[in-house]
Design a protein around this ligand. Structure first.
Ligand code: C5P
Length: 228
């Protein structure tokens, strides 16, 4: 299981300060919408210049018509990131086109699809999708698997079930992690490290419990100790 640290701090300089503290640690860094819209490619270059060994997950969750998604996917490959994601609800046609394009490159990045956002509770999810989270997430995961992507973004609670319906090597990346039982913030379906391990999550995403702590490096090291 790998740790992916969410770089969701309000200012560029704060993200950079956090990245510098984590230099030398075996972590992935997640660049999300806020940071990428504001800082663009500069943040990606800066991450690699601080430590070339950092792996980058570009979390833009793209969702558009198939051709636009394939073009955007190509742009993300050209940015040199190691992982990016799309929305599974964009459908099989779009996801297949993304993979056709991505697979024309040597050493393509990992491509994941978002199933259900971890901020959804059951009632608000069903109001949009008219199906339970568990059933719909399995449908999305199967679509993603059949479209040739490498895995999905899901909550810890669906990770094992998804692997059961797809394959053990189909990756799950799980946000909504509160490693040592910290407060949930705006997340509805949170889990701790023990549960994430039991549910065979491949990547855990942790944001606020790290960057809002007084000792982000200490929290990261404590998590990494538990993962090894
Ligand atoms: O601070 P926290 O640990 O809750 O941050 C979780 C991160 O994971 C945020 O950057 C959020 O955008 C992202 N994310 C999520 N749920 C998803 C996909 C991504 O929380 N389903």
């Amino acid at each position: 299981m790998k740790l992916c640290v969410a770089l969701d701090l309000p200012r560029y300089e704060e993200n950079i300060a956090l990245i510098r503290q984590l230099r030398g640690e075996d972590v992935w860094l997640k660049v999300g919408l806020r940071s990428f819209i504001r800082d663009g490619e500069a943040i990606l270059k800066e991450i690699k210049s601080i430590h070339p060994g950092f792996k980058i997950f570009l979390d833009l969750k793209i969702h558009d018509i198939p051709n636009t998604m394939a073009d955007a996917a190509e742009s993300m490959v050209n940015l040199g990131v190691e992982m990016f994601n799309v929305h599974a609800s964009s459908g099989q046609k779009a996801m297949r086109m993304v993979m056709e394009r991505v697979n024309t490159f040597q050493n393509p990045p990992i491509v994941l699809a978002v199933t259900a956002l971890t901020s959804f509770d059951h009632a608000s999810f069903e109001a949009i999708y008219h199906k339970s989270i568990t059933h719909k997430v399995v449908d999305f995961a199967k679509d993603t698997y059949e479209s040739g992507l490498h895995g999905v973004v899901c909550s810890v609670f669906e990770s094992k079930l998804i692997k059961h319906h797809t394959g053990d090597d189909f990756l799950t990346l799980t946000p909504g992690i509160r490693p040592f039982g910290e407060g949930a913030d705006d997340q509805e379906r949170v889990a701790d490290l023990t549960r994430a391990k039991e549910e065979k999550s491949d990547f855990i995403v942790v944001g606020r419990p790290i960057y809002q702590s007084n000792d982000p490096l200490g929290v990261v090291q404590k998590i990494l100790e538990r993962l090894s």
